[in-house]
Design a protein around this ligand. Structure first.
Ligand code: ATP
Ligand code: MG
Length: 331
């Protein structure tokens, strides 16, 4: 059976980008694949070095994963720091990862610009930790959003390099996966390009947002003065709303507003109202489960313990084979 790995950093609540870029695919794949889903708490320290409530953040993502529909009996759902084998493989991969290739990664350059006062080694080696997360289970497929494409490319490079250097066809080369379609990027409502957990106010719509907040965020999104000639090309801001509508609303709804846009009769207020209602309807059941699960500490602890056990089984096997291949021997 093919192996699937994917993770999310506990840097904030899950948003529609996480859902449609990654989670929705996990949910389908857990039925047919051997799936590992984890909460990347080591990784969150690259940008949030001293979180005020690390455990609370991890719990929130665990709750939201479960509320969205991950089945911990079918899939292995675990917390990254419960699996120190990942850290060992990360160390070993770093021995064969080169400064030049790490410095060229777009997300590194962006983060280095954004947090110039904290360009730490973890930020630089983010791709080797991510590669360790994936190949520790010898994964084949990784359901992720478009922002992770370059990281996946490096994961393949590291896997290939390991196989070549130690002369062993050991790690498969994992690919980013979206059921044969292009990888998805959901834009942020503030026009900043990408919806993100740790972006500013008004960028993201979270699965846990209550209806009032969702309506407020959508109604506040930027638009323009409206089209004045038929079939006018869209401004970025309006294109963002249509792009969200394509993921959230029925095709007939999208067509209706597109026709109005092309005929210059569109009222953006109506479009936003409809979009907000469609988002509210979609997120309502998830939000309800979030509240129920957050109160059930006993269940969460059971899930995390079971996940760690299952993940150890897979990772322990890989790491002892890796040690053997490299040449570490017991006296
Ligand atoms: P942060 O801002 O802290 O980096 P994030 O929102 O980018 O948070 P990550 O934990 O980095 O979330 O990514 C988790 C998963 O969600 C990844 O598979 C990533 O590709 C996907 N993802 C994140 N944002 C988007 C988006 N806007 N569109 C599609 N997929 C996304
Ligand atoms: Mg991110």
């Amino acid at each position: 059976m093919e192996i699937v790995v994917s993770g999310i950093r506990p840097t904030g609540n899950l948003h529609l980008g996480n859902y449609f870029g990654a989670l929705s695919n996990f949910l389908k794949m857990q039925q047919t694949h051997h799936c590992f889903f984890f909460i990347a708490d080591y990784h969150s320290l690259t940008t949030h070095p001293t979180p005020s409530d690390l455990h609370g953040n991890v719990k929130q993502v665990l709750v939201e994963y479960l509320a969205a529909g991950i089945d911990p009996e079918k899939a292995t759902l675990y917390i990254q720091s419960d699996l120190p084998e990942t850290a060992e493989l990360y160390l070993l991969l770093n021995m064969n990862a080169y400064m030049g290739e790490l410095e060229r990664v777009t997300t590194f350059k962006e983060k280095a610009r954004k947090q110039a006062e904290n360009v730490n080694a973890g930020l630089l080696t983010y791709p080797s930790l991510m590669a360790a997360d994936i190949i520790i289970h010898k994964a084949h497929k990784v359901p992720v959003g478009k922002d992770q494409e370059q990281h996946l490319e490096l994961t393949r490079t590291f896997a290939r390099r390991f196989n070549r250097m130690y002369n062993h066809e050991f790690f498969p080369e994992p690919t980013a996966f979206n059921f044969g379609a292009e990888l998805i990027k959901i834009p942020g409502l503030d026009g900043s390009g990408k919806m993100g957990k740790s972006e500013g106010e008004g960028n993201a719509i979270f699965l846990a947002d209550d209806p009032k907040i969702i309506r407020k965020k959508v109604m506040r999104a930027v638009t323009d003065a409206g089209p004045t000639t038929p079939n006018q090309p869209m401004t970025e801001a309006v294109a963002i709303l249509f792009s969200l509508m394509r993921t959230m609303s029925k095709p007939e709804t999208v067509d209706h507003f597109l026709n109005e846009y092309n005929a210059c009769t569109i009222r953006y207020g109506d479009l936003k109202k409809q979009l907000a209602e469609d988002i509210v309807n979609f997120t309502a059941p998830i939000r309800e489960r979030i509240h129920e699960l957050a109160a059930d500490e006993k269940y969460l602890s059971k899930v995390a313990t079971m996940g760690a056990e299952k993940a150890h089984e897979s990772a322990g096997k890989t790491i002892s084979e890796v040690r053997e291949i490299i040449g570490f021997r017991k006296f």
